[in-house]
Design a protein around this ligand. Structure first.
Ligand code: PLP
Length: 390
């Protein structure tokens, strides 16, 4: 089935049978248990990490609305199943808690994930490597290899299949938030887990926080057990919104990507811009991953205007784009990683990740291209930034 068709119908096959057109929002926190034995059997099933049982029993154990979103996202990622959490970081935490031991992680990555891993908060020992150093870092007790591609905020790409080969038997998790299943399907390349901050492109409208891990049914059991124990559940209203978000995912990603491609080229030619990071620009993809690993270069780009003051000035001057963190919404967002999203990242890792003082990250929305360009051009030009950058 083609992407756009799949988006619209994923996780909805059972609705016709229920006699409804859209999923119900089940807000029950508890469920009547008239048959005590069935209740006990259900409790046992949820405690075992099963994905289905006769009775939900209690909302921390299972929620049908959330399960609908999980089924939809699993279809898009070509996974057996998926497990949703209250946020992307809750999903990251859940996955780490489900796999004790040593973690090999490739920088750069999202600031919050970097912070969680380097804090040692969850008891994992972490070895930080570059993508070609994974094999060397693997130990007998390594339980997970963590990569993000394209990576936040400079869109550096990692060859997933190559990391999978280096990891051997050790499961690889790919944070697929930036690419979305529209552009990249990590499970096809041998990854064992795909993680999303659903807050970004999956929801797509900046109005819902969530996270999700797509994987095999066997791996999902441990994740569900962690969710039952820790209570980091996705709220059913969020589950509903995320499931609806999937229906326009391909449309939104393609429209935003088309804008991003042209904006990246124009920014690159702007005298006020020192460098543009975007996998769709010539020379930025030496391994040829766009076309092979990713269908297209995506909707997020970063550009350096020279100094912190100039970057902040641009962020304050835009009128159509919103100066704000987060990404993946229908509207364009611009932010300054060094002082916002990546502030918590260690200086050395900032440097490695290309988080320079003058860097701005642009999450391109689906607005009309010329309106977006006029806004950026005005923000860059009226401040007379042009003179000093090059
Ligand atoms: C935002 C983000 C996260 C964290 O997700 P939250 O929903 O904010 O908890 C993880 N990874 C990437 C790549 C992100 O952009």
């Amino acid at each position: 089935m083609f992407n756009r068709t799949l988006d619209v119908h994923a996780g909805r096959a059972h609705l016709a049978q229920q006699g409804v057109h859209v999923p119900g929002i089940d807000l029950s926190t508890t469920y009547p248990l008239h048959d005590a034995a069935a209740g006990t059997a259900s409790i046992d099933a949820w405690a075992n990490g099963d994905g289905t049982a006769q009775n939900p029993v209690y909302a921390r154990l299972h929620n049908p609305t959330v399960a609908g979103f999980e089924a939809g996202l699993a279809e898009l990622e070509e996974a057996e199943t998926a497990v949703a959490f209250a946020s992307g970081m809750a999903a990251t935490t859940g996955l780490l808690l489900s796999r004790q031991g040593h973690v090999v992680a490739v920088r750069p990555m999202y600031g919050g994930t970097d912070h969680l891993l380097s804090s040692g908060l969850l008891g994992h020992e972490v070895t930080w490597v570059e993508a070609d150093g994974v094999a060397e870092a693997i130990r007998p007790d390594t339980s997970l290899v963590w990569i993000e591609t394209p990576a936040n905020p400079t869109l550096q790409m990692v060859d997933i299949a190559e990391v999978v080969a280096q990891a051997g038997d050790v499961p690889v998790v790919v944070d697929n938030t930036f690419a979305t299943p529209v552009l990249q399907k990590p499970l096809r390349l041998g990854a064992r887990f795909v993680l999303h901050s659903a807050t970004k492109f999956l929801g797509g409208h900046g109005d819902v926080l969530g996270g999700v891990v797509a994987c095999s049914e066997a791996d999902a059991k441990a994740l569900r057990q962690v969710r039952v124990i820790t209570g980091a559940n996705l709220h059913p209203l969020a589950g509903y919104l995320l499931h609806r978000g999937l229906q326009t995912l391909t449309l939104r990603v393609r429209a935003a990507q088309a804008n991003a491609l042209i904006l990246a080229r124009r920014l690159q030619n702007h005298p006020g811009v020192r460098v543009v990071h975007y996998p769709g620009l010539p020379g930025t993809d030496p391994k040829g991953l766009v076309g092979r690993q990713m269908v297209g270069p995506g909707c997020v780009l970063a550009f350096d205007v020279g100094t912190m003051n100039r970057a902040r000035a641009v962020m304050e001057a835009v009128q159509l784009a919103t100066p704000a963190v987060s990404l993946g919404a229908v509207d364009t967002l611009i932010q300054h990683p060094a002082s916002l999203t990546h502030r918590v990242v260690e200086d050395e890792a900032k440097q490695l990740g290309g988080v320079t003082a003058g860097l701005l990250r642009l999450s391109v929305g689906i607005e009309e291209l010329e309106d977006l360009w006029a806004d950026l051009d005005r923000a860059l030009s009226t401040l007379e930034l042009a003179a000093a950058a090059k």
